[in-house]
Design a protein around this ligand. Structure first.
Ligand code: SF4
Ligand code: SF4
Length: 385
């Protein structure tokens, strides 16, 4: 049976591993409902008791699958997490209706862990406009929600703003050994540690990337433990952080489930040698990135409002994952928020504070040019279709 830990803030025991319902097996374009139900029930039998879904996972099918899988169990024997994906609601009433519909779909009277989904500055504006948190707090008072939190995808200042604005019971962030410094995830984690807020973790294998490293990059892992899966290193790394309450994994087959459960049974945090192996792998992955930004933010604030670490993080993702479309979309969002590199006037104030001695204005100009080129390429490809 998988390890469970008592979480004092919730007064209950939660399995180290949580099942994320966003990557169920498929038959062509459709989710294989029977197989998905089998997987959830198998996880339950193995002691997993935290199950996380959202209305946008598998176009609404995920919540239905959860409703079907758990109807045979005692409701107090597992914990459901679901989310308010505010962007699918056109007004406040639709948001309220969605919540009631989720209860019906999940065949339950209450949701144990309810999150305002994927908060960034844009979604947060809508959340405020629709009085979303106030509504969910009322649902909590009525017993329809046990614990209220949010999941997050934006920068540290937005994070602390949201934390300060309301009383939260927990927070879900993207955390893995690659994003720890690269994407400023450490700063978010430390903030939760400081506030003693339980931290739920998503993307421990970075959308599968850290599960499929090639031999060259994974060499330190393979030399040390040739029989251990590459994915298990990523999940164990996250689970070794003390503030982490549960690590979510979107498992698509029995082999993944069994591998994940095995590593969370009689769990031992990573030792020095294992952590060194992880550091070597990170170094190897980072070699493709020619801007050694660690996301420390010592260069901030820029007097012209340029979000230097965020722009370097977007560039780093392009170098590592090679996804032009994501690069263009992410950079465009920074520009729309008024924090793009085109505002840099080359004053060099930031460079005096950068421990990595990065030629910041030059690099910003290069990234902005790259954005314009890639945007033009994508538009041309679209027009040629
Ligand atoms: S050089 Fe550019 S990015 Fe750096 S502080 Fe000056 S304006 Fe901001
Ligand atoms: S100070 Fe340098 S390393 Fe730190 S976030 Fe700014 S550019 Fe990156």
């Amino acid at each position: 049976m998988i390890d469970r830990r008592m979480i004092p803030q919730f007064g209950c025991e939660i399995s180290r591993l949580g099942y994320g319902g966003m990557r169920f097996p498929k038959n062509g374009d459709e989710v294989d409902v029977e197989e998905a139900v089998k997987l959830l029930r198998k996880a339950y039998d193995m002691g997993v008791n935290y199950f996380d879904t959202a209305v946008v996972y598998h176009k609404g099918e995920s919540e239905k699958i959860f409703g079907k899988a758990f109807e045979i169990y005692d409701r107090s024997s597992y914990y459901l997490a679901d989310k308010m994906s505010i962007w699918v609601c056109k007004d406040e009433q639709e948001m309220k209706d969605l919540f009631e519909r989720q209860l019906k779909t999940l065949k339950t009277d209450y949701i144990d862990f309810y999150l305002v989904h994927s908060l960034n500055r844009n979604h947060y504006q809508k959340v405020k406009e629709f009085h979303c948190v106030e509504f969910l707090q009322e649902m909590k008072r009525q017993g329809k929600i046990k614990h209220l939190g949010f999941s997050f995808h934006d920068t540290y200042p937005v994070f602390t703003q949201i934390l300060d604005d309301y009383d939260w019971d927990f927070v879900q962030i993207q955390l893995n050994y690659l994003d720890w410094q690269n994407q400023g995830a450490e700063q978010l984690y430390r903030e939760l540690e400081k506030r003693n807020l339980p931290c739920m973790v998503m993307e421990p294998v970075r959308g599968g990337y850290l599960a499929t490293l090639d031999e060259q990059r994974a060499k330190p892992f393979l030399e040390m433990e040739p029989n251990r899966s590459i994915a298990s290193w990523a999940i164990r790394w996250v689970e070794s952080l003390p503030q982490v309450t549960v690590v979510l994994s979107g498992m698509s087959d029995m082999a993944q489930l069994e591998d994940n459960v095995a590593m969370m049974t009689n769990f031992e945090p990573m030792n020095e040698k294992e952590l060194e192996a992880v550091a070597k792998v990170v170094e190897e992955i980072r070699k493709v990135n020619d801007i050694p930004c660690t996301g420390c933010r010592y260069c901030m604030d820029c007097p012209m409002g340029v979000d230097i670490p965020e722009i370097f993080a977007i560039y780093s993702r392009l170098k590592i994952f090679g996804k032009d479309k994501s690069f263009v979309e992410d950079y465009k969002e920074v520009m729309e928020n008024g924090n793009g590199a085109e505002h840099c006037v080359g004053c060099q104030q930031c460079m005096n504070h950068c421990p990595q001695s990065i030629e910041i204005p030059d690099k910003l100009a290069m990234i902005h040019r790259l954005y314009l080129d890639k945007k033009a390429e994508l538009e041309a490809a679209e027009a040629a279709k």
